[in-house]
Ligand binder design. Structure first.
Ligand code: SAJ
Length: 452
């Protein structure tokens, strides 16, 4: 029992904080993907020795040759500098990396299965390795997105069982969620407030000390609060986008224009409606709402489930809009050539994960269309014919469907397009083309959320 006023922290807590302070702490980052690699390289850049562990040998080899396997502005040069300085190295040998390390950051994926249930296989397998290598004084940080309670109920228990050590007494464990948008990782890892939720006060303190080396602002909390906050952020965004998408459908029914309606409503000081579109993509918003409400009774998750349903419906709606737009040419899409602009899930990234374009393309194909896809950043074509150029893809096309709001699609050369297309029809699911410009070039324009 500690006496009143006596310091809560032991020598070992002070020791690890000192290692952080003088940059002699060695770190293993497990999973060098979209989150893990930028994280690992930034810690290396702050002077720590960092091992990036991945089970994929090809990724390890590429990264060790100074080339990132993900497209993230600024990452390649930072990676190379830190490799040359001997501060960063990738490896597939997890136990060797852990043997040399004082801190572990776990950044592996936590997907959902086809029945929308969390799949923690990768996460728990990573922690089995950590548990077997855990030593006194080590700090373990969970950066992956997890269902509430995972850090204390599953990870802490597993680590204690496998190591025979006691959390908060022998080692430290904290939930430290990533909050970065792909394409802005290096900036957002530094600038965004970092939540640090320890399973106890010592874990919070030690983890916060480490993350302050990279992040400008660190907010200390508990692991359960940090776990739920992370899920709330993405669920909040998913629900708000669902509202905007529902509004687009309502405006179509009333013959109004959702773009104007949103602009007008947002002039109210306390209203901020999001931007409607062809649905929600990416690896986070499409799964995190399910992680938040997994296992809860139906009445406690209605809004979350409805939002997912609305957002999942939108790509099918875009296919229906296309069918309607092409109706003057005949009753079906059979033999119609449709150019889908954009396969990335959002603007100016090369990432096709969970992109609404996948469903748009498969629906258009199911309706009989010959679909061509063009995306200047993203290689994926989701089973459509892939075009390397805009005009090449538009050759003989009956219709353009704008699926991704890449900046380059905002200034399309409509005069050039109309020369190569067979019919001049535009379906704009992102509302980035001015209908007046389209009409001036003789296109029939069909925007999401407006009357034809
Ligand atoms: N979208 C809309 N309308 C909008 C905003 C977005 O249709 O008003 C669509 C986008 O086109 C895209 C999807 O939503 O298809 C998701 O894009 P996003 O920019 O909202 O999110 P992500 O998945 O790139 O990144 C999110 C971010 N979370 C929040 O903004 C709350 C990021 O900060 C997280 O770190 C990331 O999830 C993650 O890894 O969890």
């Amino acid at each position: 029992m500690k006496k009143q006023g006596e310091c809560l922290y032991t020598e070992i807590d002070e020791y690890i904080c000192k290692l952080v302070c003088n940059r002699t702490l060695k770190i293993t980052v497990i999973g060098v993907g979209y989150v893990g690699l930028p994280t690992a390289v930034l810690f290396a850049d702050r002077g720590f020795k960092v091992f990036g562990v991945d089970i994929n040998e090809k990724i390890v080899e590429k990264v060790n040759n100074g080339k990132s396997h993900i497209n993230e502005p600024g990452l390649d040069s930072l990676l190379l500098n830190n490799e040359l300085a001997g501060r960063f190295r990738a490896t597939s040998n997890i136990s060797a990396a852990l043997r040399e390390s004082d801190a572990v950051l776990v950044c592996v994926q936590t997907p959902i299965d086809s029945d929308k249930k969390p799949n923690l296989t990768y996460l728990l397998s990573a922690f089995e390795n950590v548990g077997r290598s855990l030593r006194r004084g080590m700090l373990v940080s969970v950066c992956s997105t997890v269902p509430p309670g995972t850090t204390t109920n599953k990870i802490k228990t597993l680590l204690e069982e496998l190591s025979g050590l006691k959390c908060e007494q022998d080692f430290y464990l904290a939930y430290v969620p990533e909050r970065i948008a792909p394409g802005k990782a290096l900036t957002e890892l530094v600038e965004n407030t970092r939540l640090v939720g320890g399973v106890g006060p010592k874990s919070t303190r030690v983890a916060a000390e480490l993350f302050r080396a990279v992040c400008k602002d660190v907010r200390e909390t508990t692991s359960i609060n940090a776990e739920i906050s992370k899920l709330v952020e993405n669920t909040y965004r998913d629900i708000n986008i669902a509202f905007a998408n529902q509004l687009a459908l309502i405006c179509e029914d009333y013959g109004a224009d959702v773009k104007q309606v949103v602009e007008l409503a947002n002039t109210h000081p306390r209203v901020n409606v999001h931007t409607p579109g062809p649905g929600v993509g990416g690896p986070c918003l499409t799964k995190d709402p399910y992680l938040l409400v997994h296992g809860l009774e139906p009445a406690h998750r209605t809004l979350v489930d409805s939002s997912r349903t609305i957002n999942d419906y939108m790509p099918k709606h875009v296919a229906s809009l296309t069918l309607r737009a092409l109706a003057p040419l005949g009753m079906s899409l059979d033999g119609r050539r449709v150019l889908v602009l954009g396969t990335a899930y959002k603007a100016n990234v090369d990432d096709p994960r969970e992109s609404p374009s996948r469903v748009i393309i498969s629906e258009l194909k199911r309706l009989g269309a010959m679909v061509v896809a063009y995306d200047p950043y993203c290689n994926e074509s989701f089973g459509a014919e892939k075009s390397e150029g805009l005009l090449e893809g538009a050759k003989g096309a009956d219709c353009l469907v704008v699926a991704t709001d890449h900046s380059v699609f905002k200034s399309l050369d409509l005069a050039a397009l109309k020369k190569v297309m067979r019919n001049r029809i535009i379906v704009d699911a992102r509302r980035i083309i001015d209908p007046k410009d389209a009409k001036a070039e003789g296109f029939s324009y069909h925007g999401l959320g407006m009357a034809d």
